[in-house]
Design a protein around this ligand. Structure first.
Ligand code: URA
Length: 205
């Protein structure tokens, strides 16, 4: 089975999973979107209004800023895979609680296992805490850290959430600087995506 097929199967499993928390008003499972061969996984918090409408992560204002930040380091959005630690929109965009994050974690872990990305960019404190518990984002943002993931090593680059960057110009400047760090990390590794397999683009909506 290809990675794309495995992701589609995992999405179907999540759609049928009656044990996942139900969020009042949420209309769609926002499983994730992007390139099944991506070597970068971007992990946000939870879908917002527009993500729920379209079924695609990071398509609202925060998503536009994320797109700009990716463009600033010349990484096409189609080269990455993007998802969140919670796959349904919490009511009124409230923060997800620990039980909710835990309930979705088998699917997030499944996505990581399938993609086997070299780099995970965490956007905001909720996805950061999955890999770097007990740290402050203000201390660790933009500092790549190698973490053990099962039998593999993954570089985690913690970043501020684009929605926080939209609210505060200093945070935005820091986030954009952290993308330059991400570029350095990518360039210090092998080529981002092998052109031969880059063709396998996917959109899971
Ligand atoms: N904020 C997130 O954390 N994720 C999205 O998909 C959109 C906004």
């Amino acid at each position: 089975m290809t990675k794309r097929e495995k992701l589609i199967k995992l999405r179907e499993k999540a759609l049928a999973d009656k044990k996942l928390p139900k969020f009042e008003g949420a209309t769609k499972l926002v499983f994730g979107a992007g390139n099944a061969q991506a070597q970068i996984l971007m992990l946000g918090e939870s879908p917002g209004y527009w993500e729920d409408v379209k079924g695609i992560p990071f398509v609202g204002n925060a998503g536009k800023l994320l797109d700009q930040a990716l463009q600033s380091i010349e990484v096409p959005r189609g080269d990455v895979f993007i998802t969140n630690v919670v796959l349904y929109r919490p009511p009124g965009n409230r923060d997800p609680n620990p039980d909710e994050i835990e309930a979705f974690s088998p699917y997030i872990d499944g996505i990581i296992d399938i993609l086997a990305p070299r780099v995970i960019v965490t956007l905001g404190r909720f996805s950061m805490a999955k890999f770097l518990p007990g740290v402050f984002i203000s201390s660790v943002h933009g500092k790549p850290k190698e973490v053990s993931w099962k039998d593999k090593k993954i570089i985690v680059v913690p970043m501020y959430h684009p929605a926080a960057a939209l609210r505060n110009g200093d945070v935005k400047a820091k986030m954009l600087r952290d993308f330059v760090v991400l570029k350095d990390v990518l360039e210090s590794r092998d080529k981002l995506v092998d052109d031969k397999i880059k063709l396998e683009q996917m959109k899971l909506v």
